[in-house]
Design a binder for this molecule. Structure first.
Ligand code: ZN
Length: 472
């Protein structure tokens, strides 16, 4: 029996993609670095169809790659070539199942697009706070499976803290209904956390209960110039002391990052008159429409200026100015792409160690790779930096990219020495499997393998992602 004949009775013709012309978007990863060769994509419409599909896979030993919006930064959501894997795409399961405003929760299927979830919450006067660059395509199942972060983690936490319940289909086809909408539940192991950040290696998430928050009604945004990352860490402490939970965004931006945006993105302009080595983009929000976060922000920044903690600051005076400041931050990745190939890292260290990390890693890189350009930006409040390197102006792309392992070694060794993590947001996928083996505590790695073995003994679910495939 062909594979199409195996799955057609479960999902019907609308649930199968086999046309070679339609397959490339499912087989190619977001950054264009990984290329799969699956000849079959299954698109179930219900949880029961997912369960029946996984039962067939188990019976016939077919490896399967769960996929949502396919926006992984690490090749987690595309198959590996030459392995006979198929894709299970959840995009048809995109319903908002239920909203419970008094409980401040929203329940949706795994294929719901993140931006649609944000909108559904907003229409009811509530906030779903997780915000990432790919929110127009990323789907909730994938956002949960990678434990996505973004620019509002400082105040609201990452995906791990925004999920109250999950429905998951296990590799053997059993359905776990864990869709509780509870904030307190002490009845043993917190099973949902096994699947959050597991990148689809332990089960297929089919639905989730998400936490909502009151919608902010007043905003203030400022662009601040400083001399060092250490000053940024001190400023964060100062602002939080002054305004508590109102600080929702605190993004560090190096001069080189801003320079690339000014150079490549039409219409962008420097918010300040003098150049500075480092900047911070701050946002404060308040749920009270009568509140004046701009006054709080301006007073706090004035104090920082008086004590020489900061060099200068520009406070947005209108909604469009706020958006223009945020655009400078959001366009860094695009500007860096236009500048040429880059080597990217998504690391975290304790907030207090950020200055040490930047100083140490940068000094070592500049010694070993003269002319290398640091494009460093990120979520200082979470200790998370996008520590990217652009090639020296004159160097060929291929020559620069050949140095990736040596660059990674310097960056990740520094992270490790400072008790940090080699992946703060993007996950492991295919990209960092070997780096994980190198840096993860061996006991932790062993527990991860035990969990994988217990739930997926045949190794059929997203093999070769996070952990090395058992067949390799
Ligand atoms: Zn980020």
């Amino acid at each position: 029996m062909s594979r199409i004949e195996l799955f057609a009775p479960i999902v019907g013709p609308a649930g199968l993609v086999t046309d070679p012309a339609a397959l490339p978007p499912y087989n190619t990863d977001w950054r264009g670095r990984f290329q799969g060769d699956a000849g079959l994509v299954i698109k179930p419409a219900t949880t029961d169809e997912v369960a029946a599909t996984l039962r067939i896979c188990q019976e016939h030993r077919i490896a399967i790659v769960p996929q949502g919006g396919n926006t992984s930064q690490c090749g987690a959501s595309v198959p590996r070539p030459g392995q006979g894997e198929i894709i299970l795409n959840l995009s048809r399961m995109n319903k908002i199942i239920e909203t419970d405003w008094d409980n401040d929760t929203l329940t949706c299927e795994a294929g719901a697009v993140l931006a649609d979830v944000q909108n559904a919450a907003r229409l009811g006067g509530h906030l779903f706070p997780l915000s990432i660059a790919s929110e127009g395509s990323a789907e909730i199942g994938g956002v949960i499976s990678t434990n996505a972060g973004g620019t509002a983690v400082l105040r609201y936490g990452n995906m791990r803290s925004l999920v109250l319940g999950l429905e998951v289909v296990l590799p053997d086809g059993r359905i776990w209904n864990g869709l509780q909408a509870l904030r307190k539940d002490n009845t043993g192991y917190d099973l949902k956390q096994w699947f959050i950040g597991a990148e689809g290696t332990l089960g297929v998430i089919t639905a989730a209960v998400l936490r909502l928050f009151p919608l902010p009604h007043a905003r203030a945004v400022a662009w601040v110039a400083l001399t060092t990352p250490a000053a940024a860490v001190t400023l964060l402490g100062h602002l939080r002391t002054r305004s508590g939970e109102r600080v929702t965004g605190f993004e560090l931006i190096s001069r080189m990052s801003l320079q690339l945006v000014l150079h490549h993105i039409p219409g962008s302009r420097d918010p300040l008159n003098h150049e500075a080595p480092w900047y911070v983009l701050v946002e404060m929000d308040d749920t009270d429409p009568e509140a004046d976060p701009q006054e709080v922000l301006s007073r706090s920044l004035n104090e920082a200026l008086q004590s020489s903690l900061i060099l200068d600051a520009a406070i947005a005076q209108s909604e469009s100015q706020m958006n223009a400041l945020w655009a400078l931050r959001e366009q860094i990745s695009e500007a860096q792409r236009l500048e040429g190939i880059s080597i990217k890292h998504d690391v975290s260290v304790p907030v207090s160690r950020i200055p040490d990390f930047i100083e140490e890693a940068t000094a070592r890189l500049e010694t070993q790779f003269p002319g290398i350009r640091l494009v460093c930006f990120g979520h200082v409040g979470d200790g998370n930096l996008h520590y990217n390197l652009s090639k020296p102006g004159s160097q060929e792309n291929a020559e620069f990219i050949r140095q990736t392992p040596a660059v990674n070694r310097i960056v990740h060794d520094t992270v490790d020495r400072l008790s940090g993590s080699i992946s703060a947001e993007h996950g492991i996928g295919q990209l960092k499997v070997d780096e994980l083996v190198r840096y993860k505590d061996p006991v932790a790695l062993d527990m991860m393998k035990c969990l994988k073995q217990a739930l997926d003994p045949l190794g059929l679910l997203n093999p070769g992602k996070v952990l090395r495939a058992t067949t390799e």
